[in-house]
Design a protein around this ligand. Sequence first.
Ligand code: NAI
Ligand code: UGA
Length: 480
Amino acid sequence: MVKICCIGAGYVGGPTMAVIALKCPSVQVVVVDISIQRINAWNSDHLPIFEPGLDDVVKQCKGKNLFFSTEVEKHVSEADIVFVSVNTPTKTQGLGAGKAADLTYWESAARMIADVSKSDKIVVEKSTVPVKTAEAIEKILTHNSKGINFQILSNPEFLAEGTAIEDLFKPDRVLIGGRETPEGAKAVQALKDVYAHWVPEDRIICTNLWSAELSKLAANAFLAQRISSVNAMSALCEATGADVTQVSHAVGKDTRIGPKFLNASVGFGGSCFQKDILNLVYICDCNGLPEVANYWKQVIKVNDYQKTRFVNRIVSSMFNTVSGKKVAVLGFAFKKDTGDTRETPAIDVCKGLIGDKAKLSIYDPQVSEEQIQRDLSMKKFDWDHPTHLQPMSPTAVKALQVVWDAYEATKDAHAVAIMTEWDEFKTLDYQRIYDNMQKPAFLFDGRNIVDVEKLRKIGFIVYSIGKPLDQWLKDMPAVA
Ligand SMILES: NC(=O)C1=CN([C@@H]2O[C@H](COP(=O)(O)OP(=O)(O)OC[C@H]3O[C@@H](n4cnc5c(N)ncnc54)[C@H](O)[C@@H]3O)[C@@H](O)[C@H]2O)C=CC1
Ligand SMILES: O=C(O)[C@H]1O[C@H](OP(=O)(O)OP(=O)(O)OC[C@H]2O[C@@H](n3ccc(=O)[nH]c3=O)[C@H](O)[C@@H]2O)[C@H](O)[C@@H](O)[C@@H]1O
């Protein structure tokens, strides 16, 4: 029986390994983590992450061929294939601070693998890492290898949160990079055999190590670039009277461009786009390619501009001040169908509004008050470390309340800001919300999910990203 061990029981390690266990009943899968809290949650009925379909997959294999454990060394030493899916945050200090990937967790995992291994192993990079990381890992593993043969593979993950199970069941592609040697090819084949249990052969792409590592950074950069492109257009739409939804539709009909990932928004969030582009920028700089670095940096600049623009719209529309005014924030997660708040645009928008002395009332169906408080008091990039190593929020942010109902959040509010495209926000009783708000009642839709005309008829002053402006807003400057 092939034994797989995955180091890191997070958003990637957990769902990925659960699907491997489900699809490969003949393979034993153990997911290990240094966070006792996380492992306990995986072993309970309340999984540590919310992901549609995940509960069902875990239920089917937990205790059969899928296990979660804190006995990291024991399971690593017994495994044939070791996946490493630990955090690779942005460095906050020292060389490359604010850009380079912090490989502390990866390196400590690699050193531990080298220390405890007694048999040959395939070590798989599942985390997103800078190109050429495998070379460094190889050095760590082989330095003290006691004659053990380690083969390093790069097998980046492309799942998106909220659709992780769907993406893992039917991936567009699985990418495996390995050394171009007979031993390397054998290791690639062994991993291919695992995926071949359910992924059609023509969707499994095999490349050299560096192409696989770089393809992951490139894919995220391309995806984020699309959003920044459409968001840049949204600003121009507002200035000219064009409608960004119509523009996206028309542009996306070109089969060379395609319709997906063209929704204008308050900005992209999530744990990876910004981190991976910063990493890419750093790699370009290190390779003496400042023009290429600046090109990609612009994707993040436009994203920051979009968030600032949104805050400025709110403040300038509301007579240039939100001081003491209640603003209802609907949604805090970085996208719908996840409770993940890492790099959510809601953080920057809330901080911007609090900076202008607004009083916030926040509702998100999947995000707890504790999490929101942590997010709003944490320093940039601190969030991307194992939970138990993150600083606790020392003082609660007083200018906000977190409630468990959209109607409660909007009661007596001067404005509503929609930050996440949860389906339930599309079908709220907006007449009831309007009736219970202060007047004039403002609604700022950062996700373009409301029916603008219907809401204007009710009486709201509506701002929706990239849509023709309300008469009220036309003369209000909202440049960042
Ligand atoms: N979240 C996502 O949707 C995607 C993330 N990725 C990449 O996958 C990697 C992991 O991301 P997530 O799963 O989101 O992170 P996460 O923070 O949810 O999980 C990482 C886990 O690794 C554990 N860990 C850290 N060091 C360890 C060690 N030495 N030994 C044992 N456990 C250790 C942490 O306690 C944590 O539970 C990152 O490199 C990320 O860029 C790639 C594709 C998608
Ligand atoms: O490496 C990663 O972590 C993953 O990053 C993204 O997945 P994820 O961040 O989970 O979610 P996305 O659906 O890509 O959304 C990212 C952000 O962009 C925003 N977005 C997305 C699409 C769009 O058209 N407009 C838009 O503003 C979303 O609301 C969200 O804030 C990629 O889609 C995955 O392929 C990749 O594996």
